[in-house]
Design a protein around this ligand. Structure first.
Ligand code: ADP
Length: 536
């Protein structure tokens, strides 16, 4: 029997070896500072309080909140008791929240005050399973719901001292895919998976967090355990910064500066916005060493600017809800003799698969494609941090899993060195006249244009060519659409060029901050195509 592949040794190491290390949290009531000793006590009290509310091993505790120290405590107390922590995205539409809480049948909900609480209050009649709502603040609002104030519960609780032996296979976490591809699908993470993923994040081959780091958690804690950074940073003994409810770029820039953040992580749009903010404001990013960017492709222009203007390295990572987030990182191998932008060319790929995992890239006939940087197929991955089923979704299981492999739905090439590059998601692929056009390559090239801040390329139906690419672009200054086509023409064949380039104020985003291509497709579906396809 394997003992201890659980979260308990993480909690032990942090509180026993780094009791004085700091946890900074921006809450609705202001910025707070705790140390790991206080964290240890508060987790033990939260666990005692949850027991009082009837939570037992096997029960499910939903969380519905932003990135705060309280949410971090909720990442530990339920799993340490053998219960399961289920994070729910606070910016989803009501119907999705209702579906997710019902599907997961949460017993208790830990909810942020403000908008999240109002959502729960609005939907509570439809939550059959939920017995208690704990409001993560000093006090609970007046309400007809069975509400408790988090801080009252902690003050009154008997702290848990003898943590139970929890089975490594016990479900410890749960998250739903964001639903951009249909009804949200639940995935469960066991203790062993969460342990393994945080340890994988810890290796220098993946991210490598050290006790000397100051880690700011920008990835929402409601999304794939904030890429498990709250576990990895805790077991490392690092100082942690939780930026609180809907943090804007000003808040993030201020936290970097005032707390001396060395490492942070998130989707590209956050760090594109931060660069824009830095252009117009006096910022001090001198403490910042690394940003892990993933969730969507990291644009090369953004990587170049962070490196040259702020001496910050972008570690480009790829992953999915089903792989517990990060499953690859792209850095040049030792000995690669790279000049100028060549290092960025490597970093802009999705990279080398992280330790512990295996991959295949498979064509339509089920054959592995050659590693030549050109041939493409679907990326399959497997390993101890990859789920092998969806929660209660047999139909989806059949489609996505085969012989222990997760069929990611991402289309990739692999080069001779084993670096893979995602060229599209299967559902975003543009097929024009039977030939494939990579939306991601076009987006990256558009974002290389000095005036382009954001770019998304989608397929629109076309009578003759079945589909044609259309681009939506947000620019920082005046830019002619013809210039952008000209810019693309330097790198791509004529038939790859978007029929239409729409300069817009914004591009719709998903609940996790990625470009929402489904919504964009709907908006642009009837877009006229001023450039005759005959020009191909
Ligand atoms: P959603 O399906 O809502 O986007 P996930 O967060 O699970 O939810 O998204 C995983 C998908 O995001 C991957 O399958 C891939 O298509 C995309 N993705 C993640 N990281 C990257 C990256 N670095 N580059 C390109 N695409 C990425």
């Amino acid at each position: 029997m394997t003992r201890g592949q659980t979260l308990r040794p993480f909690y032990w190491r942090a509180t026993a070896l780094f009791p004085g290390q700091e946890i900074v949290s921006r809450t609705h009531a202001g910025r707070t500072h705790h140390d790991y000793a206080a964290f240890g006590d508060r987790v033990a009290r939260l666990a005692g309080a949850l027991r009082e509310l009837g939570v037992e091993a096997g029960d499910r505790v939903g969380t519905f909140g932003w990135n705060t120290h309280r949410h971090m405590e909720a990442y530990y107390a339920p799993p340490l008791l053998g219960a399961q922590m289920h994070t729910i995205n606070v910016v989803l539409p009501d119907d999705d929240v209702e579906f997710i809480v019902e599907d997961a049948a949460d017993d208790v909900l830990l909810v942020d005050p403000g908008d999240p609480f109002e959502t729960v209050e609005r939907l509570f009649d439809r939550f059959d399973s939920v017995d208690h709502v704990v409001v993560m603040g000093e006090e609970a609002p007046e309400s007809d719901l069975p509400v408790h104030a988090y801080e009252d519960l902690l003050s009154d609780a008997d702290p848990v001292e003898d943590w139970p032996d929890v089975d490594a296979d016990a479900p410890a976490g749960m998250c739903y895919t964001s639903g951009t591809t249909g009804t949200p699908k639940g995935v469960e993470y066991t203790q062993a998976m969460m342990h393994a993923h945080a340890m994988m994040v810890q290796t220098p081959s993946a991210i490598g967090i050290d006790q000397s780091d100051v880690v700011m958690h920008v990835v929402p804690m409601y999304h794939v355990n904030s890429w498990n950074f709250p576990y990895a940073a805790t077991v490392a003994g690092a100082k942690q910064v939780y930026p609180g409810p809907s943090p804007d770029t000003e808040t993030l820039a201020d936290l970097v500066e005032s707390e001396g953040v060395t490492l942070t992580a998130g989707v590209p749009t956050v760090f594109i916005d931060l660069l824009e903010y830095a252009d117009d404001h006096d910022v001090d990013f001198s403490s910042l060493e690394r940003i892990v960017v993933g969730g969507s492709a990291a644009p090369k222009g953004v990587m170049r600017r962070y490196a040259t203007e702020y001496d910050v390295t972008i570690d480009h990572a790829w992953g999915m809800t089903e792989t517990m987030s990060i499953a690859s990182v792209s850095r040049p191998k030792a000995g690669m003799d790279l000049e100028g932008d060549e290092g960025l060319d490597v970093r802009a790929k999705q990279g080398l698969l992280s330790p512990g995992l295996e991959m295949r890239v498979v064509d339509d006939d089920g054959e592995d494609v050659p590693w030549d940087g050109e041939s493409f197929g679907e990326l399959w991955v497997r390993g101890p941090t990859v789920v092998d089923e969806y929660y209660r979704r047999p139909g989806a299981n059949e489609e996505s899993f085969e012989d222990g492999w997760l069929k990611t739905g991402d289309i990739a090439t692999v080069d001779e060195e084993g670096y893979f590059e995602i060229v599209d998601r299967a559902k975003d692929v543009i097929k024009s006249g039977g030939e494939w056009i990579s939306s991601i390559r076009l987006e990256n090239a558009l974002m290389e244009h000095p005036e382009v801040v954001q770019a998304a390329v989608i397929a629109v139906p076309h009578e003759r060519w079945q589909e044609r690419p259309v681009a939506a672009v947000v620019a920082s200054g005046p830019v002619a659409e013809d210039d952008l086509r000209q810019h693309l023409a330097e790198s791509f064949p004529r038939w790859w060029l978007p029929d239409d380039v729409r300069v817009r104020d914004s591009i719709p985003k998903t609940a996790t901050g990625k470009f929402d291509k489904k919504a964009l497709r709907e908006e642009l579906e009837d877009a006229p195509t001023p450039y005759a396809p005959e020009e191909r």
